[in-house]
Design a protein around this ligand. Sequence first.
Ligand SMILES: Nc1ncnc2c1ncn2[C@@H]1O[C@H](COP(=O)(O)OP(=O)(O)O)[C@@H](O)[C@H]1O
Ligand SMILES: [Mg+2]
Length: 371
Amino acid sequence: MYLKRLEMANFRNYIRQVIEPGPYFNILVGQNAQGKTNLLESIYLACTGKSFRTSKEREAIHWDSEFSTIHSLLETETHQLEIKLFLQPGKKKILVNGIAANRYPLGWPGVVLFTPDDLLLVKGSPQERRRFLDYELGFFQPQYGHYLSRYYRVLSQRNNLLREIRDKRLKSHALQVWNEQLGRYGAKILYFRLELLKKFSPHLRELHLQLTAGREKFEIKYHSSFKATNIDSEEELFKQYLKALTTVQEEEIARAQTLIGPHRDDLSFFLNGADARIYGSQGQQRTVVLTLKISQITQWKNETSEYPILLLDDVLLELDRDRRQALLSYVTGTVQTFMTSTSSENLKIGANVERKLYNIVNGKIIKNLKE
Ligand SMILES: Nc1ncnc2c1ncn2[C@@H]1O[C@H](COP(=O)(O)OP(=O)(O)O)[C@@H](O)[C@H]1O
Ligand SMILES: [Mg+2]
């Protein structure tokens, strides 16, 4: 899959701009606040129908305009896709090959995005890591999404019940049936997550070795809030979860909160045996996030038989020359990549890979070099 042409009008600080990117490596160069990330945002919008920066259309529409349009042409191995997006304050319209579409079909067209905000995957709260696991690694598992929403519904009902019991409006045996339900869905989710990690770990390890020129052994550990031990069977997890719920019941009632389960679990990333969140340098943490993000390229390829488009925003900061080189050589030549940078130096890629360089100044591409 690649983006052949994109035309936008009144989007962010662009009044009107056409871009016909190269199929491999596209570099968006410019000073701060010129429109590099805005351009990535428009590509992301074209590919997913959503922005990664805002859910409010108004913010993405040029200040002096009442609407904006993004018109894109994507090409796959077998067909062409024309996507027209119209944004108005509080309103969005999408036409795919001339037909109104509310949603994009699952997994298509594919886009993998890295932004500096993704560093929260390592440094931020457990919620960020669970979100990654559930919605990025688990993206192609619709059944999983279904269990997740069931689990969270039961969880919120159970929390209401705990409040009732704490306030003496109900007796604690009312919990039984909710424990059973929470246990069922919770065990499914836990099992699913552990299987996901089992499936992705070898690939993540291999990829991380490549991105660090063989220097770092990468491992992910899952922390179950009820300290699950026998993790090879869903039924076993269910039993352990139920048992653990009885041991924390008093505290749960006192605090009117469900204290254990997949909603309280976390992940840690280890580099050569040391926890990257605690001991990792900026560059190491950034590489961990890149490994997690870039692993999705293979996932998209396997699931849809198309490569996704890769968007890398300010990715090079804090990466030394070897890591930059490893990253660039990994992505160039197969995946259509858009990378922002404040400088075009130190961006050597394979001699036979076509690259295009765009200079962005104040919402305009002023120079378009083909090298
Ligand atoms: N809705 C909008 N209308 C006009 N300009 C906008 C709008 N939203 C953001 N901008 C401008 O875009 C600039 C940021 O562009 P951005 O692409 O994030 O910069 P960078 O090149 O550093 O990635 C801001 O300084 C702001 O002036
Ligand atoms: Mg930016």
